[in-house]
Design a protein around this ligand. Structure first.
Ligand SMILES: Cc1cc2nc3c(=O)[nH]c(=O)nc-3n(C[C@H](O)[C@H](O)[C@H](O)COP(=O)(O)OP(=O)(O)OC[C@H]3O[C@@H](n4cnc5c(N)ncnc54)[C@H](O)[C@@H]3O)c2cc1C
Length: 381
């Protein structure tokens, strides 16, 4: 019979929660990992893109967790122009149906207890209340990590306002499309009002003949639903493709004032650690999972903990900068974005690169056009 008392309870078995459970269990403390769905990694609500540079030092990616290796991107601008970025080894299109369960399996191998079909429904002092296959139960924790994704409740239970305004969310629609022909190593990113107002559209190849095809839009830029743009795009560019699965979801773009307390940390999407520009959250989920687990163990051992400062250094500084860039991006017209696109083309076309530094890129873009400098400077600095 499972014990009812744990050093650490982690709510949510996505990349953030799974990595936190793995890191903490590997240090010998008792860990309970709760997942509301019957199977970890299902359903997939993600395009599964992961860049190598963002997780180096945090997790070794195994070949069987990956659907495709990526070596570059095709960037399409508002006028239909396009350029290629060659970036060997840039990253992967993961297979999250394999990756997410693989992480929890490793956590279990280190002694963590995983409970699926178990939804956390509240906290009462140092107890978490769950609905376990429909039966209400309680488990005791010394420390709690909330990794319950974009629709997180854990933060609110501890008095943190995690609500998202229309400004602070990207609304996404995506499908898995088969029977198409694509370059399996090249991501496609498409910008412009026609495809994705206030966001971008993507093709993340799963194979030569299948891909995650989707887009994110900002509800402050259009009243139309994301599905409208996706359906129109698929009809126009992939009329013979077979839609295997469709999903809709939100990506947060918010900076919380607090994401920890005496006996809890929030991580991953629950802490709004998603990149506000790209919408990518797997890497920051993994990073925050590792950082949270290490610091929770320190707290449990009565030692000084550095969670907030490590998160600031490793994650938040970049998020804050990208948040400001996003505010500019949300105000750009197609014409202005096309100017940026042309600068990007000048910098990247025909070159093989090994790194993209956003601060450097933004500086180049602003300096390239007096008009952009005016728009950008006021909002960024
Ligand atoms: C359409 C779309 C495309 C995306 N594409 C990318 C991409 O290409 N690359 C990228 O890096 N990011 C992408 N993201 C973002 C990425 O999916 C998330 O940032 C990432 O999954 C966050 O990981 P997480 O562990 O914090 O949360 P999640 O992966 O959401 O995991 C949270 C887990 O908690 C569980 N849970 C929730 N509530 C409870 C509860 N009360 N009790 C128990 N369990 C609970 C959920 O079932 C889930 O398993 C995309 C998002 C969307 C919507």
């Amino acid at each position: 019979m499972t014990s009812r008392n744990f050093d650490l309870i982690v709510v949510g078995a996505g990349p953030a929660g799974g990595t936190a459970a793995l890191t903490a269990a590997a240090q010998g403390i008792s860990v309970l990992l709760l997942e509301e769905h019957p199977t970890v990694g299902v359903p997939v609500s993600c395009a599964e893109g992961l860049s190598r540079s963002t997780i180096k030092d945090y997790l070794d990616i195994k070949q069987d967790w990956v659907s495709q290796e990526l070596s570059g991107a095709l960037v399409r601008g508002p006028t239909g122009d396009a350029f290629n970025i060659k970036y060997p080894g840039v990253g992967w299109v993961m297979n999250r149906m394999v990756f997410d369960p693989a992480i929890t399996k490793l956590a279990r191998a280190h002694g963590a207890v995983l409970k699926t079909s178990t939804k956390a429904i509240g906290v009462d002092n140092n107890e978490i209340i769950v609905s376990e296959s429909g039966i209400q139960k309680r488990y005791t924790f010394k420390f709690l990590i909330g990794a319950d994704g974009v629709a997180s409740h854990v933060g609110r239970w501890f008095g943190i306002d995690t609500r998202l305004s229309l400004q602070e969310i990207e609304v996404c629609a995506q499908c898995v499309l088969e029977d198409i022909t694509i370059d399996p190593h090249c991501t496609v990113l498409i910008f412009g009002e026609e495809y994705a107002p206030g966001g971008y559209a993507w093709i993340f190849p799963k194979s030569r003949n299948s891909a995650n095809i989707g887009l994110g839009i900002s509800p402050v830029r259009t009243k139309k639903p994301a599905k409208y743009f996706l359906d129109r795009w698929v009809r126009k560019e992939f009329p013979h493709g077979t839609i295997k699965a469709q999903m809709y979801g939100g990506v947060p773009a918010k900076i919380l004032k607090h994401f920890s307390g005496n006996n809890f940390f929030l991580i991953g999407d629950a802490a709004r650690f998603t990149d506000p520009l790209s919408g990518a959250g797997i890497a920051n989920g993994i990073k925050s999972g590792v950082i949270a687990a290490r610091n929770a163990v320190l707290r449990l051992k009565g030692k000084k903990c550095h969670f907030e400062s490590e998160i600031k250094h490793e994650i938040l500084n970049e998020i804050k900068f990208h948040y400001r860039v996003r505010r500019v991006y949300l105000k750009l017209t197609d014409r202005e974005f096309n100017d940026i696109f042309q600068v990007g083309r000048k910098i990247y076309e025909g070159k093989t690169i090994h790194d993209i530094n956003t601060r450097h890129l933004v500086k180049e873009i602003l300096l390239s056009s007096p008009r952009l400098l005016k728009v950008g400077f006021n909002l960024l600095f």
